[in-house]
Structures are given as structure tokens and as C-alpha cells.
Design a binder for this molecule. Structure first.
Ligand code: TRP
Length: 328
């Protein structure tokens, strides 16, 4: 079947995936496989820009690959690989850096945010983060990049880099990618306030056991205005209800909606039901994950094959790029 074009996305290896990763990204990655040729990259080099992510890089890379395969990434069609296994990206990175004004990098809101978080580790690699990300995308002549809305400045940067590069070297080898923003912008954590993430420990891991999942769900903050079981609740401001809408069958969601508003159902009961829906949804994922994990050679083999296929595309682009730059 003819595909509509090529999709590329990079995912930072920060450990086991959680509900936020799933709803905000993975679900989309899986769906895009139907219509696009997909290339998904575990960006280990990007992880090196922040110290806390460098500590368990090997394990985190393995866990992420395992989660992606279990969630439905199909390595027979889709290219799944590790960034550093295709060194052409570092070569493109340095060539792109020559058409990148330094001020543009330091002005990016994402960079300023990083500096605020890591004031003691503002390294050269961190400044160049968007250049490396552009190299990722452009190396594969990508049409579409599925990312969270927080990455919009990086995508715009990549597009500008294409224009600068093509203009400077009077070429059209690089292609401007389009962004595809995730439908779910922000999944809140169990605190019901902040974005779900590992660093705030407000996340629910996909690969947790059903019992661990239940315990995490029971810690979730519901409608903060609802004090007593007999108070009517407001599902519109309740994070548990928001997630029910994703994981629970429609009739049950409607029942909860009605009963919560008239104090027919309490938060404890509502959360128990949510834990059940969630565990039920995740059951096939967990089974598949265990099956893959039981074959220790499988993930490394998938990643090696992915790197071979990625390298073939990357090297072809680089031959054109070197030619355009007229490297001797
Ligand atoms: N910066 C992205 C993030 O933090 C990760 C990333 C690296 C990426 N390279 C990419 C995303 C290329 C899309 C395309 O989520």
C-alpha cells in the first residue's frame, strides 16, 4: 500500500513509560503506522545533555524499546532505532550548526527553561539541542513530526534551519517538516495538578502490576471541592473522570458522570472502577511486554536491524548534503 509520506519522532529514554507518554505520544505513534512510513528514534545523545538522564542510559533505552514494542510499534514496517547507532546525525548536526545563529538558540523558550532547571550544567550540547533535533528530522527527509505542543519552537527552528541551509548552499536537499501536535496536550499526574512525569513522581507506569496500579490510582486527587462522600462532585474538574473518558466504556462513563453530580457514587468507588478499566486496558500490553522480555535477544536484534535500515537512508541524505556543501 502506498504510504502518505514519512513520519519521524524522537523519544528521550527516561525510564519506563507512563500513562502520560502513552496518551500524549505512543498512541499516536502506533496509529500513524497505518498511513505513514514511520521512523522512531530513541534519542540517547539528547539524554546526555542532562545529567540525571545519563545514569541509566542503557537500561532506560532497553525499557523504552520494550514499552514501544509492547504498545504496538511494528518493527517489520517501522524503523525503531537508537540515535547514536547512526553517527551520520552528528555529522549533519555540525553542518547545520554553521547556518545557525547562536542568538537564536539562546533565545528559545525551551533553552531558557532548561537553564532554569539546570543552572549548573549549561553545556554546549544543551545549547545545540535543537540543532541535533533538526538533524534527526532532516536526515530522514521527514514529512511529519508527531510531538507535544511544547516542541513547537523546536519544529519551527528546524524549518528555519532548512531554509537557511538550502539558501546558503543553493540547494533543495533538505525538506521542511510539518508538525503534528498530539491531541492530548497534557495528561495530569496523580496530584491532579501538574503534568504527569517521572520527575514529580506523580505518574502511573504502564508496566506496573495490577496491584501497584490500583494503589497509585487510589492516591489520585479528584474534585478538590468535594470534601465529603455526601457532597455532590463535579466531574468536569476531576482528573480521574478525564481519564475514565479514555479508558472506561461509554455507558459506565455516563453513569459515573450522572451519579457523581448527585453524590450517588463516591470518589473511592469511582477510583476503584478506574483502576479496573485501566488494568483491563493494559492487560494485553503487559502480556506482550512479558513475552518480549522473556526473549533477551529480541530487543537488541530489533534495534540493530532498525539502525541498519536508518543508516541506509541517513547515508544517502548525507551524500547529497556533502555534495551540496561541496566538502572536498
Ligand atoms: N526534544 C524531543 C522531546 O523532548 C525529543 C526529540 C529529539 C525529538 N529529537 C527529535 C522529537 C526529533 C521529534 C523529532 O520530546
Amino acid at each position: 500500500m502506498a504510504k502518505k509520506g514519512r513520519v519521524f519522532s524522537g523519544i528521550r529514554p527516561t525510564g519506563r513509560a507512563h500513562l502520560g507518554n502513552y496518551l500524549g505520544a505512543f498512541k499516536n505513534y502506533v496509529a500513524l503506522q497505518e498511513d505513514y512510513e514511520c521512523v522512531y528514534c530513541i534519542v540517547d545523545l539528547h539524554a546526555l545533555t542532562t545529567v540525571e538522564d545519563t545514569l541509566n542510559l542503557k537500561q532506560n533505552t532497553y525499557d523504552l524499546a520494550l514499552d514501544l514494542l509492547a504498545v504496538g510499534i511494528r518493527p517489520e514496517e517501522t524503523i525503531l532505532f537508537v540515535q547514536s547507532h547512526v553517527p551520520q546525525v552528528t555529522e549533519l548536526h555540525i553542518l547545520l550548526s554553521m547556518v545557525t545563529p547562536l542568538g537564536k538558540l539562546t533565545e528559545l523558550p525551551t533553552f531558557k527553561e532548561m537553564v532554569r532547571h539546570n543552572p549548573n550544567n549549561v553545556n554546549y550540547g544543551l545549547v545545540g539541542y535543537p540543532v541535533l533535533m533538526s538533524a534527526d528530522i532532516l536526515l530522514y527527509k521527514t514529512d511529519l513530526v508527531p510531538v507535544g505542543i511544547d516542541q513547537a519552537p523546536h519544529l519551527e527552528f528546524a524549518r528555519e534551519t532548512v531554509r537557511s541551509f538550502n539558501y546558503r548552499y543553493n540547494t533543495n536537499v533538505l525538506i521542511e517538516p510539518q508538525m503534528k501536535a498530539a491531541e492530548v496536550q497534557k495528561v495530569l499526574g496523580i496530584d491532579g495538578k501538574e503534568k504527569m512525569g517521572k520527575s514529580l513522581n506523580n505518574h502511573i507506569e504502564l508496566a506496573a502490576t495490577p496491584e501497584e496500579t490500583r494503589q497509585r490510582v487510589m492516591m489520585m486527587v479528584t474534585d478538590p471541592q468535594r470534601m465529603k462522600r455526601t457532597d455532590p462532585g463535579n466531574p468536569d474538574v476531576c482528573n480521574v473522570f478525564t481519564l475514565h473518558k479514555v479508558f472506561t466504556p461509554k455507558e459506565d462513563v455516563e453513569m459515573i458522570n450522572v451519579e457523581c453530580r448527585r453524590a450517588g457514587i463516591g470518589c473511592v468507588d469511582c477510583k476503584k472502577r478506574f483502576a479496573e478499566s485501566l488494568n483491563k486496558t493494559l492487560e494485553p500490553f503487559r502480556a506482550k511486554r512479558a513475552e518480549i522480555a522473556a526473549q533477551p535477544d529480541l530487543v537488541p536484534a530489533v534495534l540493530a536491524d532498525g539502525a541498519d535500515r536508518a543508516r541506509a537512508i541517513a547515508e544517502k541524505t548525507m551524500q547529497e548534503v556533502r555534495e551540496a556543501v561541496q566538502l572536498p
